[in-house]
Every structure is written in C-alpha cells, then in structure tokens.
Design a protein around this ligand. Structure first.
Ligand SMILES: Nc1nc2c(ncn2[C@@H]2O[C@H](COP(=O)(O)OP(=O)(O)OP(=O)(O)O)[C@@H](O)[C@H]2O)c(=O)[nH]1
Ligand SMILES: [Mg+2]
Length: 162
C-alpha cells in the first residue's frame, strides 16, 4: 500500500464475473481475452483503476481457467489484498475453495464477492456458509452501484486511517 497505491488481484473460477467486476469499476479497463463458442474468456489479465478516498486502487484480474496457474502466480506478486469472485448461482467448486484456503494460509486479506445475485438460481446464503469469518459482499458485477460500495468497504478495512 506504499505511496497511496493498492494492488488488488481478482481471483475466481472460470466465468465467475471477474472481468465484468473490473469493467464496472473502471469503464476504461483493458483486458486480454479469447473468443470461444461459450463467450469470451480471459487468457492473460484484466487491468483497471479506481479511487477510494485518496487511494489509487490498481485492479488486476486473473484468468479463471485452471491451466493458467502460472499467469495467476505472476499477477499475484506484490499484491496487497485479494478479491475472490464467486458465482453464487452455481455450485461451489473445489478451485474456488482452494483459492480461499490459500489466502487464509498466506494471511492475505481477502474479500469474497458473491456474484450473480440477480439470477433466479442464486443462493448467497449457501455460499456464505462456506466462507465463514470472511468479509462477504453480495453483488451483481454489472452494477457499479453494487460493486463500488463493496470495493470501498473492503479497501477501508485495508487502510483504516483513510
Ligand atoms: N446475470 C449476471 N451475469 C453476470 C454477472 N457478472 C457476470 N455475468 C456474466 O457472466 C459471464 C462471465 O463473466 P466474465 O466477467 O467474463 O467472467 P470471468 O470471471 O472474467 O471469466 P474468465 O476470465 O473466463 O475466468 C458473462 O457473460 C457476464 O456477462 C452478474 O452479476 N449477473
Ligand atoms: Mg475474465
């Protein structure tokens, strides 16, 4: 968090909504993606910026596909905190739970974003139970009115003297 800057890295399973989250916080965000028959998927990274009070928050999105572990490792270097994006309209997967355990073990501050709360099958209550003791926010990644307050509340916990 040196020099009024925060490096936040967004993790989560394939299709959880990581890129959408960054795009809603910064309409000028950039990303490297591949077009597939199932839609677009991140193959390198997303990058956006947001301001929380006087802090310059740098948002780095990771690819969700498991084969891109090496990319996640590179992007993670020097991060101040992590955001774990969870699609709460789908069943919780092992990869997401593994990511969460890693952050806890490594003592990396983490916020869990329960995403896609607008979908009829969404069940944030079930997902909450799996992330006891975490900071949890229920969001729709498309909606800045949900994502910006969640980001602000999380960043305020990282720098309480803001
Ligand atoms: N209904 C709904 N759809 C969402 C929401 N957030 C994301 N989506 C959709 O979910 C799909 C995947 O979103 P992305 O932001 O590309 O997901 P990602 O986590 O970056 O995916 P990868 O980079 O492939 O891991 C897209 O079709 C989004 O429009 C949400 O809150 N509600
Ligand atoms: Mg993506």
């Amino acid at each position: 968090m040196a020099g009024g800057k925060v490096k936040l890295v967004i993790f989560g399973a394939y299709n959880a909504g990581k890129s959408t989250f960054i795009q809603s916080l910064d309409p000028n965000a950039r990303h490297v993606e591949a077009h597939t028959t199932n839609g677009d998927t991140t193959v390198a990274l997303d990058y956006g910026r947001a301001h929380v009070h006087a802090l310059d928050v740098h948002l780095f999105g990771t690819p969700g596909q498991e084969r891109f572990e090496f990319v996640r490792q590179i992007i993670s270097r020097g991060m101040d905190a992590a955001v774990l994006m969870v699609d709460c309209s789908a069943e919780l997967d092992e990869f997401t739970l593994h990511l969460y355990e890693t952050f806890i073990l490594q003592k990396i501050p983490v916020a869990v974003m329960l995403n896609k709360c607008d979908l009829p099958g969404a069940c944030p209550a079930t997902a909450r139970a799996a992330f006891r003791n975490a900071q949890i926010f229920e969001i729709c990644a498309h909606e800045p009115a949900r994502t910006m307050p969640a980001l602000t509340a999380f960043v305020e916990t990282l720098a309480p003297d803001l």
